[in-house]
Each structure stands twice: as structure tokens, then as C-alpha cells.
Design a protein around this ligand. Structure first.
Ligand code: EPU
Length: 437
């Protein structure tokens, strides 16, 4: 029997009780990508009629984004296989702080608002558990497109009766800045070139969605994106790509429990870094079809070094998940986090489970241990919490993962999906509360 918790952790809060050591088997369905869905919902503001997004994951963050769009006059309707967004009556330029403060991705509204209405007043999203997360690259890019921008009382106030195409060089290939500027440029006068652009699959998904709405965008997925402005964008139907981070979470869950499972749908090219690293550590990955793969585990894994980088480098979102596996792999590993300044929140919790990890600056030195032991642990952000779930599946005894308000932002029905694969886990406690990132 699973016990009821640990007195030092809040027992009235939602938590996952995981009984470790069970193998997984079968196939798991991968949901639509959270980080695509969020930005595509903002992108739908660019069209003056209905957009239909399919494969939208059922997540707390998606619900919050829908509330933010509704607050500025947009109709958002949940349908059986997606959501319908109509921004014909987009009328307010100021998404309210009370909502924006719950979801950083709401800042994406700034580009479409400026392009459609010529004015945007969007509260600064501020930092979150993983870092300060400034938005100066978004702001400088909008200024290059001809917007007047001031920051007053915590609100970014931008004004541009008509944006004008420009050549923009991003000091860093920021995913969010690339997306903001690409959206804004779709309705600008003339040509915009974004150099040192982010190349993440979610950027390409946004570009494809905008193209389906009538935008002219070339080069998304490379480091130079050209956008030729058009007068208007129309509604469209669009399928969101599968979530590569959710997929890698299940790959790691299988690897750490020495289980063979298959995953579908996935886009293999989006998982290149994860697949290469898993194979280096000892697992085998077999492509079973254009959108399906199978992981074949090893008996033991060997340590490896990881450095997070912008795409196509190793994704920061997978760093914590791999660390759980490296914690029980033979030998030493060095994990360097270069994208966010505070993304090691899982380390002290993994150490409570018996891992041997030391952090110095943005490096974590991991000495592999033979096994982890279950413990009550606290998730500090989305991917840190997911890493603790992965670790709990393999740990001896019971792990109680707290902090599910983070997990629920990014994983659709995770305990149901894991349960269907044979994991022994159960959610207990109240409903999760909003948390921003
Ligand atoms: N940065 C700046 N100035 C800017 C913009 C970014 O200094 O104006 C810095 C950030 O502070 C960070 C780095 O650049 O240190 C990378 O940030 P980026 O803008 O690329 O990330 P993001 O757009 O804020 C998205 C995802 C993140 C994911 C990163 C990196 C969404 C909603 N979020 O964030 O996802 O980790 O790209 O791939 O798309 C998550 O899903 O849990 C998550 C955090």
C-alpha cells in the first residue's frame, strides 16, 4: 500500500504517490506541443476570421491563454478535437496583469496586437523559477520594426500605426523573440529579415501556421528568417506538432525503468539530440514508422556529458530528465546549463533520493549511484518536477512528488499515460493552483 505522505510536506496539496521499480510496456500517445499551442493561439490574433487549431493539449497553461485572449475580445471555443479562435472583434490592447502574471507566454500577444491594432499595452511578464527571463530582445526588435516602445509602471506600451519591415539581428537566438517578431512582421510594410533567429521546431510550426493564414515567411528552421508583409491574414485549420519534450519524458521514463515502449506520434527529427544522447548512454532507439519509435533499454547505462544549447543543440527542457537517468548511470557525468540561469531545482531533490550530484555555477557533476530510494520531494518548475517523476518510477520504495501545479502546466494526463504503461502511481490531494512560468 502507498502511505499517506510525509508530515514535512503539505498533505492537502496535490501530489503524486509513485511506487518505484515497475517496468513499463506498451505504447504511449504523445500530445500536441505545449509551446507550439501557446504561441499559435496568440498567432491566431493576426487573422480577422476563424482559426481552428487541432491537437491542442489539455493543459492548465492552455486554459489560461484562452482566458487572456477572451479578456481582449477574442472568441475562444473548445471543440471536440481542438479549439476555435476568432479575433474578428479584437478590441482591447491591454491584457490584464492579473491574467498575464499567471502565464509568461501571454506576452506573445504583443506582436499580433501591434500588427492588428497599432497599439499594445502588455504587462512585463517578469521572471520565474528558472530565471529572470527578460524581454529586451522582443522590445528592440519591435522598435526596429518602427514601433515606439516605452515601459511604464511595469507595462510595455508599444505604438505603431503601421509596422515597417526591417533587418533585425538577435544578440541571442531567443525562441520567444523570434516568434514575437515573426508574428509582428507578417502584417508589416515590406520585408523583414531576422538573423540569428531561433530554429526550434515550435518556431517552424508558428511559421507554417502563419503561412497557412496567408503570410509570406521563408527560412523558418534556419538562422535567417525572411518575412514579406501582407495586408491581411485569413483564418485556417491547423494541426499542432507533437510535443518533443513530452516524448523525451517518456523515453527517459522507459530508459530508467529498463523498459521497452513505443511512442507515437512523434517527429523523429525533433528528437535527434535526445536520441543521440540516449544511444550514447546505452539505449537503442528503433524507428518503427515515420511517426513512431521504440526504445530498447540497456541493462546498465554509462555516464555522459551534456551541454544545453539553442536548437539543434541539446534542449534545456530535457536537461533535468536526463539528469535523473545519469544519476543511476555508471561513472561520472557533467551537465552544463547554458540557456537558463537557474535550472537545477531538481538537484537537491534528486540528492534526497540518494543521487550524488554537486552543482558549481551552471555545471552539475554527477557521480552515478547504483540506485535511488523513494522520498517525498518538491518540484520547483515544470521540467524539474517531471524529472522527479521519472526518478520516482525507478526508485526503491515510494516517492511522493509535490509541486504538481508545475507539472500540470505541461503534461496532459501524465499519471494516466504512465499508469496505462504499467507504472504504479496515484494522484492525491486537492486541485492544483496557478503558477507562472
Ligand atoms: N533572453 C534574454 N532576453 C530576451 C529573451 C530571452 O536574455 O529578450 C534569454 C532568456 O532569459 C533565456 C534565454 O534567452 O536565458 C533563452 O530564452 P528564450 O527566449 O529562447 O526562451 P523562451 O521563449 O522564454 C521558450 C519555451 C521554454 C524553453 C525555451 C528554450 C515557450 C512558452 N517557452 O522560452 O519552455 O525552455 O524556449 O527552448 O515557448 C517550458 O516548456 O518549461 C519552457 C520553459
Amino acid at each position: 500500500m502507498l502511505n499517506s505522505g510525509d508530515s514535512t510536506y503539505p498533505v492537502d496539496q496535490p501530489r503524486l504517490h509513485i511506487k518505484g521499480g515497475y517496468s513499463l510496456a506498451g505504447e504511449v500517445r504523445i500530445s500536441g506541443a505545449k509551446n507550439s499551442a501557446l504561441v499559435l493561439m496568440a498567432g491566431a490574433l493576426l487573422a480577422d476570421d476563424t482559426c481552428y487549431l487541432r491537437n491542442v493539449p489539455a493543459l492548465a497553461d492552455i486554459g489560461r491563454m484562452a482566458e487572456i485572449l477572451q479578456a481582449i475580445g477574442v472568441t475562444v471555443k473548445e471543440q471536440s478535437d481542438g479549439i476555435e479562435i476568432n479575433a474578428q472583434d479584437l478590441n482591447a490592447t491591454n491584457p490584464p496583469y492579473a491574467l498575464v502574471s499567471q502565464l509568461r507566454a501571454s506576452f506573445f500577444a504583443i506582436g499580433p496586437l501591434l500588427a492588428r491594432l497599432g497599439v499594445a499595452n502588455v504587462p512585463l511578464p517578469g521572471g520565474c523559477a528558472i530565471g529572470a527571463r527578460p524581454v529586451e530582445l522582443h522590445v528592440r526588435g519591435l522598435q526596429a520594426l518602427g514601433a515606439e516602445v516605452i515601459i511604464d509602471h511595469g507595462v510595455v506600451q508599444a505604438y505603431a500605426p503601421k509596422l515597417k519591415g526591417a533587418k533585425i539581428y538577435l544578440d541571442y537566438p531567443s525562441v520567444g523573440a523570434t516568434e514575437t517578431l515573426m508574428m509582428a512582421a507578417t502584417l508589416a510594410d515590406g520585408e523583414t529579415v531576422i538573423d540569428n533567429a531561433a530554429q526550434e521546431p515550435e518556431v517552424v510550426d508558428l511559421a507554417n501556421f502563419c503561412i497557412a493564414m496567408g503570410a509570406k515567411i521563408y527560412g523558418a528552421g534556419t538562422n535567417s528568417i525572411t518575412i514579406v508583409g501582407v495586408d491581411r491574414l485569413h483564418g485556417t485549420e491547423y494541426d499542432i506538432i507533437p510535443d518533443r519534450i513530452e516524448a523525451s519524458t517518456f523515453l527517459l521514463a522507459a530508459a530508467i525503468t529498463h523498459s521497452e515502449i513505443s511512442l507515437a506520434p512523434i517527429i523523429p527529427g525533433h528528437l535527434t539530440a535526445a536520441i543521440a544522447k540516449l544511444e550514447e548512454i546505452g539505449a537503442k532507439i528503433k524507428l518503427e514508422g515515420p511517426q513512431r519509435l521504440r526504445i530498447i533499454p540497456a541493462e546498465t547505462y554509462s555516464g555522459s556529458d551534456i551541454e544545453t544549447l539553442p536548437y539543434p543543440g541539446f534542449p534545456t527542457d530535457m536537461q533535468s530528465l536526463f539528469m535523473s537517468l545519469l544519476a543511476v548511470s555508471k561513472g561520472n557525468s557533467l551537465v552544463s546549463e547554458t540557456v537558463f540561469e537557474n535550472r537545477f531545482g531538481h538537484v537537491p531533490e534528486l540528492n534526497r533520493m540518494g543521487a550524488d550530484i554537486r552543482v558549481k555555477g551552471n555545471h552539475a557533476v554527477i557521480r552515478g549511484v547504483p540506485f535511488l530510494s523513494g522520498a517525498p520531494v518538491m518540484g520547483t518548475d515544470l521540467r524539474a518536477t517531471a524529472a522527479l517523476v521519472v526518478a520516482g518510477l525507478a526508485a526503491k520504495g515510494e516517492t511522493i512528488v509535490h509541486g504538481l501545479q508545475h507539472l500540470d502546466r505541461g503534461y496532459e494526463a501524465i499519471e494516466i499515460k504512465l499508469g496505462q504503461l504499467g507504472a504504479k502511481l496515484e494522484r492525491r490531494g486537492g486541485v492544483t493552483q496557478p503558477v507562472k512560468c
